[in-house]
Each structure stands twice: as structure tokens, then as C-alpha cells.
Design a protein around this ligand. Structure first.
Ligand SMILES: Nc1ncnc2c1ncn2[C@@H]1O[C@H](COP(=O)(O)OP(=O)(O)O)[C@@H](O)[C@H]1O
Ligand SMILES: [Mg+2]
Length: 274
């Protein structure tokens, strides 16, 4: 049984709940024979109702995000499946990526590895300032992120899937033990993606308005073709037809504009930012 099979059909047991999470987000294991992997399990029954997304649809959106990432070969989402059963009923199940405690080569502990809040005179060279705020002492601080190709890939992915919640804490390091196939920087929590209206909210605005590279253009072209083929068919079971059409429109609009998206007014940033 491969990893996706294990996540879908393995015996799922719960080890704990992520208390920072806004929905019922559980950490557990799936097992089959002598194979076992850690996983995140988000039962649909634990989804907090939202005013702008239809109830009970967040799990399917997380799976759709994984399928888009795989279809274009970006590998920026851990393997994610829908389960029709589980201790708390149907839901999404995603491979858990074990995170390093900290990385000595980087300035600070994760998740501030790529996204950080610094004082105004401390912005590291080459980092993008995104948002200025005032800290608890009344001093100005700036939300910044690194100019990193892995982050840029996620910024483009978020534009494609219309991610309404790209926080710093939704960025993880790859875990080669689980998914040797993943990119170095991986995103999680794509439950509020694929709305058919523009909702992009992210901390990764650093490349707003910058021209797409040739390889990004090629990726988007390939993705557009996938939407017209096998990917589109897979998405039909997960998203509303208007949302699939909107995905196609966003890809076309990105290609037509030839740039990473640029907000018309202020850069919409999720809250909290981590
Ligand atoms: N697949 C995963 N591997 C490792 N850590 C994860 C994974 N999914 C989520 N997490 C951690 O758990 C936190 C909460 O999960 P998240 O998906 O954001 O839940 P919620 O939908 O309730 O906000 C994330 O910010 C991240 O730190
Ligand atoms: Mg979250």
C-alpha cells in the first residue's frame, strides 16, 4: 500500500488535538500491517462554520489543493486524502511533516525561518517588508519575509488556489522521511481556498506585480491543460463547478497579466499573521 492508500484506508487512531487550531484538528496515526505514518485528521464534523464558505467543504478543499500542487509538479502540499471514515467521521487526512526544532543555519526558530516580525531598522538584506505595525511597547515593527524561491512558489500556488489564509505558521519544512517528494518549503491548511470570488490573503506579498518567470509561465500553461483533463475530473468531486471555472479563470488571468498578483489597495494579510 502506498502512502496515499495508507492515509485513505489505513486504521486511523487519534493521539491528540492541536489546540492552536481553529477547527478540530487532530494528530494521529494511520496503520496497515507493519506500516505506520503520523497524520493530521480534520473531521468534517469539527469544521467551524464560516460566513463565506459553504459548511462541510473545507476538507475537500484541502484535498483539491494537494491535487493542484501535484498536477503541476510543485509538491508544496503534504500528501492529503479524503477519508470516508474515521473516529469522528469523514474528513481529511494528511501526512504529518516532522519539523526540525530549529535550524542553526537560519536566523531564528521556525516558523520565523522565512517570515518574521522585526524592528524597522532590522530588516534583513533582501527581505521584503509586508506590513508595518506597532508592538506592545508602542515601537514600530515590520512583518517581513525572505526572498526565497520556495516561498515564491507558494505565493504563486496561493494565487492559483485563491488561498484566503496563508499565515507564517502554515509554512513548514519538508520531511524526507514522510514524503521524499515534497518541495523544501511546504504549505498546510488550505481549507479556505478555491472560493469563486477573489480572497487571496497571505503574508507572501513580496513579489506582487513582479513578472512571471518562463518556468512559472510553463507551469501555469501545464496546469491549465491539467484542469481541462484529469485534474479537472478529480476536482469535480471536490469543488463546485463555479469554483473549478474560477480556478481556470485565475490561471488564465495570471498568464494574461504575466505577473504575480498585485492587490488593488492594501495587501490583504491574514490575522493573526502566524
Ligand atoms: N501536515 C502537517 N505536518 C506538520 N504540522 C502540521 C501539519 N498540518 C498542520 N500542522 C501544524 O498544525 C498547525 C495547525 O494546523 P492547521 O492546518 O493550521 O489547522 P486549522 O485548520 O485548525 O487552523 C499548523 O499551523 C502547523 O503548525
Ligand atoms: Mg491554521
Amino acid at each position: 500500500m502506498d502512502l496515499l492508500g495508507l492515509l485513505t484506508h489505513g486504521e486511523l487512531s487519534i493521539d491528540g488535538r492541536l489546540v492552536v487550531a481553529s477547527n478540530v484538528t487532530l494528530v494521529g496515526r494511520v496503520e496497515h500491517g507493519d506500516r505506520q505514518v503520523r497524520c493530521v485528521y480534520k473531521p468534517i464534523s469539527g469544521e467551524r462554520p464560516l460566513w463565506d464558505f459553504p459548511d462541510g467543504t473545507l476538507a475537500a478543499r484541502e484535498v483539491a489543493a494537494y491535487l493542484v500542487s501535484e498536477a503541476v509538479g510543485w509538491h508544496v502540499v503534504p500528501p492529503t486524502v479524503l477519508r470516508d471514515d474515521g473516529p469522528l467521521g469523514p474528513g481529511m487526512c494528511q501526512a504529518w511533516l516532522e519539523q526540525p526544532e530549529s535550524d542553526a543555519a537560519l536566523r531564528v526558530d521556525r516558523p520565523s525561518t522565512w517570515v518574521d516580525v522585526v524592528s524597522e531598522d532590522e530588516i534583513p538584506d533582501g527581505w521584503f517588508p509586508i506590513l508595518t505595525a506597532v508592538d506592545e511597547n508602542g515601537d514600530p515593527v515590520v512583518l517581513v519575509h525572505a526572498d526565497d524561491p520556495g516561498l515564491r512558489r507558494l505565493a504563486l500556488f496561493d494565487a492559483v488556489v485563491n488561498n484566503a489564509d496563508r499565515k507564517g505558521g502554515h509554512l513548514l519544512c519538508a520531511d524526507p522521511r514522510v514524503a521524499g517528494n515534497t518541495a523544501a518549503i511546504v504549505g498546510v491548511d488550505h481549507g479556505v481556498s478555491f472560493h469563486d470570488e477573489p480572497k487571496l490573503r497571505t503574508v507572501l506579498w513580496g513579489w506582487a506585480g513582479q513578472p512571471l518567470t518562463d518556468s512559472e509561465r510553463a507551469d501555469l500553461e501545464r496546469l491549465r491543460q491539467a484542469c481541462a483533463g484529469a485534474l479537472g475530473m478529480q476536482l469535480e468531486t471536490l469543488l463546485d463547478p463555479t469554483e473549478i471555472a474560477a480556478l481556470d479563470d485565475r490561471i488564465s488571468a495570471l498568464l494574461q497579466a504575466g505577473t504575480l498578483p498585485e492587490p488593488t489597495g492594501r495587501m490583504p494579510v491574514p490575522w493573526p499573521v502566524f
